[in-house]
Design a protein around this ligand. Structure first.
Ligand SMILES: Cc1ncc(C[n+]2csc(CCOP(=O)(O)OP(=O)(O)O)c2C)c(N)n1
Ligand SMILES: [Mg+2]
Length: 435
């Protein structure tokens, strides 16, 4: 790290440690000689290829994480007698949240194949450490913006499992009254500002939410230190909105954390084939904000990075880009047979299941017993079963809801002379869906 000393603070990547064991090398599963696609190794040295007065710290091996730094840090309060990364209460809370995410998604798969859900459904299995690692550190008034892989972010932010499952069933009791479905979770009450089906669409919304916080604090002089966390994938980082928003966020020092869930794939496109420089975190320093790469299969490391980034944003010190290296344990969506990814790659990441890793840590450090964790698992099974029953028994939305928020007036529909929505059966959906 000594070479980083000359770097102005703002462009210095945080906590770069390079002595972790290498993760799976995705390059082995993609042809490196292909003329289409990146020929760079996934995590190359962070040294710039051209001479620059700014010397970037060199990151020579595969994983850039924070674990070593964090272990050395003394706890601020007396909550933990040792140098443990988490207290018992926090550990159990995070474990419960991760189990909820996993069990909920497994149930979604069952319900989808039983025909209870319509459209595309994208599950989050394998990536739970990121949602739980970040969102459990937020307050209610902080905001979260997601993608189409949004069920678990919503659950972590406190949207009840009933409301999420009901939304997936297209029922009136869902968090969007059945009108959003799997890819469009939204809850004003919980400041979940949406799942977005178009990749990258959520990033400007999140940037706007962060701008709102800053405007409230600095212009309206309100006591507001809310932060926004935007989650999105590796493939999305090749989309222009990502760069535009990094620029604005850095320019205006917005209280936002850009969290890249780099699961190495964008549907069937390998990240290293699609991206000129696959080290996404490096794009942070390029815009004048810290960039961090963390092992996204380790919730404790994610939490430490999240604490630092959220703290920075809350103190008004500006945005952070965090690249979490992770893996999805299922296909891109439930309609994807998942035949493209190398079985060895899948096996390598499955063996690093973030839930099993947290369980091991809690037990080994005597923060929880097997039976404490079993009790949580049993409770979550009940919560998810209850969510299914609730969704199943809930009524379908009224047909008149179809035209709410439709501002154009389709011929013969819209607002009638009595000021109410006029809804006649347009017939065009006949036979395709049950409304
Ligand atoms: C603007 C836009 N272009 C293309 C698509 C089609 N599409 C759906 S998912 C996806 C891949 C996104 O991959 P990534 O950002 O890595 O997210 P992941 O699914 O891996 O979580 C693409 C290109 C889209 N939804 N929106
Ligand atoms: Mg991806």
């Amino acid at each position: 790290m000594s070479s980083a000393m000359a770097v102005p603070k703002i462009i210095q990547p945080m906590n770069l440690i390079s002595n972790e064991k290498p993760l799976f090398d995705p390059l082995k599963s993609v042809p490196t000689s292909s003329f289409l696609g990146s020929v760079q190794k996934f995590r190359l040295s962070a040294k710039l290829p051209f001479s620059s007065s700014r010397q970037y710290p060199s990151v020579s091996t595969t994983v850039v994480a924070v674990s070593e730094v964090v272990k050395e840090r003394k706890p601020k309060s007396a909550v933990s007698p040792s140098n443990l990364l988490i207290t018992k209460e926090e550990g159990l809370e995070v474990y419960e949240d991760m189990i909820l995410g996993r069990v909920f998604e497994d149930m979604c798969a069952q319900m989808y194949y039983r025909g209870k859900m319509f459209g595309f459904v994208h599950l989050y299995n394998g990536q739970e450490a990121i949602s739980s690692g970040f969102i459990k550190l937020l307050t209610k008034t902080d905001s979260v913006v997601s993608t189409y892989r949004d069920h678990v972010h919503s659950l972590s932010k406190g949207v009840p499992a009933r409301a999420v499952m009901s939304e997936l069933f297209g029922k009136a009791t869902g968090c969007c009254r059945g009108q959003g479905g799997s890819m469009h979770m939204f809850s004003k009450e919980h400041n979940v500002l949406g799942g977005f089906a178009f990749i990258g669409e959520g990033i400007p919304v999140a940037t706007g939410a962060a701008f709102t916080s800053k405007y409230k604090r600095e212009v309206l002089k309100e006591n507001c230190d809310d932060v926004t966390v935007a989650f999105f994938g590796d493939g999305t980082c090749n989309n222009g909105q990502f760069f535009e928003c990094l620029n604005m966020a850095a320019l205006w020092k917005l209280p936002i954390i850009f969290v890249v869930e780099n699961n190495l794939w964008a549907i069937g496109m390998s990240h290293v084939r699609a991206t000129s420089d696959p080290a996404i975190w490096k794009k942070g320093p390029a815009f004048g904000m810290p960039g961090v790469h963390v092992d996204g299969m380790d919730v404790l490391k994610v939490r430490e990075v999240a604490k630092e980034a959220i703290g920075r944003a809350r103190r008004g010190e500006g945005p952070t880009l965090v690249e979490c290296e992770t893996y999805r344990f299922r296909g891109h969506s439930l309609a994807d047979p998942d035949e493209l990814r190398d079985p060895a790659e899948k096996a390598s990441y499955s063996s690093r299941d973030p839930i099993a890793a947290l369980k091991k840590y809690l037990i080994e450090n005597k923060l929880a017993s097997e039976s404490d964790l079993k009790t949580i698992e049993k409770k979550i099974d009940e919560v998810v079963e209850d969510a299914v029953d609730f969704g199943d028994q809930s009524p379908a939305p009224l047909r008149s809801q179809l035209l709410e928020n439709v501002f154009a007036d389709p011929k013969g529909f819209g607002i009638g002379p009595d000021g109410k929505y006029r809804c006649e059966d347009p017939k065009f959906t006949e036979g395709t869906a049950q409304v």
